[in-house]
Design a protein around this ligand. Structure first.
Ligand code: ATP
Ligand code: BTN
Length: 258
């Protein structure tokens, strides 16, 4: 059960959730995070929903959050607290936080660069970092995390362009969504504290999917090659036609070459 009182009792976790909103059902916690941030909501404002009716993925895609089955949450991030240059890395850090928590539950998950978490090669969680900019100055970002926990969270096949799974498909122990949510927030805080450390780069690489395999980026045959890992900025290192290239977050889609 995910309810407002049990969540509030465990918050804040460091800088996250002093300002906390719970919705049984909402269009999108990211949309709400954007609305609240525009009204001045502080760094660390947390929005959690039991259901999303219009959950967002990247590039206008949909993210499905059925009631009582998943985690859908968003956090307002202010640039004076986390340097604008580092924001994109926060994307990868959020994926790493989910992977680390699943590892603590005995589950071996991987990061599909740049923003997905795979369990058994299938998508179990997605991250969406949306920024709002005024001229050159970043005003705020909203970090959204969606995790499939119970069977009911699985979208129907026709809504998927990549195979999906949910935690309880693999886990042998029951997992309470509130405990999972707290654990993800603790891991997120801990890894954001290590934003510019070698330890972060090492761990992103350790948990990266498809290393040493041939992948295709953005469905572009020119961008096919052997995936080496990520660099200190969280960018993808890949060998294309014998040359090592570094791809930033403007590239987004990664698939194993079929
Ligand atoms: P990419 O091609 O860049 O890897 P993607 O297909 O993973 O992108 P995203 O924007 O990262 O697209 O995620 C949105 C997509 O995730 C949706 O188009 C849908 O295919 C899939 N999806 C939606 N809801 C869920 C869910 N609850 N669990 C798993 N997958 C989902
Ligand atoms: C993706 O894989 O494209 C990212 C999916 C991100 C989904 C989360 S669920 C909580 C937050 N609210 C949204 O509308 N999207 C993010």
């Amino acid at each position: 059960m995910l309810d407002e009182d049990s969540l509030r009792a465990g918050l804040p976790i460091a800088w996250i959730g002093e300002n906390f909103y719970f919705h049984q059902s909402i269009d999108s916690t990211n949309a709400e995070g954007n609305r609240l941030a525009k009204e001045g909501a502080p760094h660390g404002t947390l929005i959690v929903a039991n259901e999303q009716r219009a959950g967002r993925g990247r590039a206008g895609r949909r993210w499905i959050t059925a009631p009582d089955s998943a985690i859908a949450m968003s956090i307002v991030v202010r640039p004076d607290q986390i340097l604008a240059n580092d924001w994109q890395k926060v994307n990868a850090i959020a994926a790493l936080a989910v992977v680390k928590v699943l590892e603590d539950y005995g589950l071996s998950a991987e990061i599909k660069w740049p923003n997905d978490v795979l369990l058994d090669g299938k998508k179990v969680a997605g991250i969406l970092l949306e920024g709002v900019w005024r001229a050159d100055q970043a005003e705020f970002a909203v970090l959204g995390i969606g995790v499939n926990v119970k069977k009911r969270s699985l979208p129907s096949l026709n809504l998927l362009n990549f195979p999906a799974t949910y935690i309880m498909e693999t886990s042998t122990q029951p997992i309470a969504r509130d405990e999972l949510l707290f654990a993800i927030l603790r891991a997120l805080v801990a890894w954001i504290d290590r934003l510019n450390t070698d330890e972060l780069t090492v761990n992103l690489n350790k948990h990266l999917a498809f290393v040493n395999q041939t992948v295709v980026i953005d469905n572009d045959p020119q961008l096919g090659g052997k995936l080496l890992g990520v660099d200190d900025e969280g960018r993808l290192r890949i060998i294309i036609q014998g040359e090592e290239l570094v791809l930033g977050y403007e590239h987004s889609s990664l698939r194993l070459k079929s």
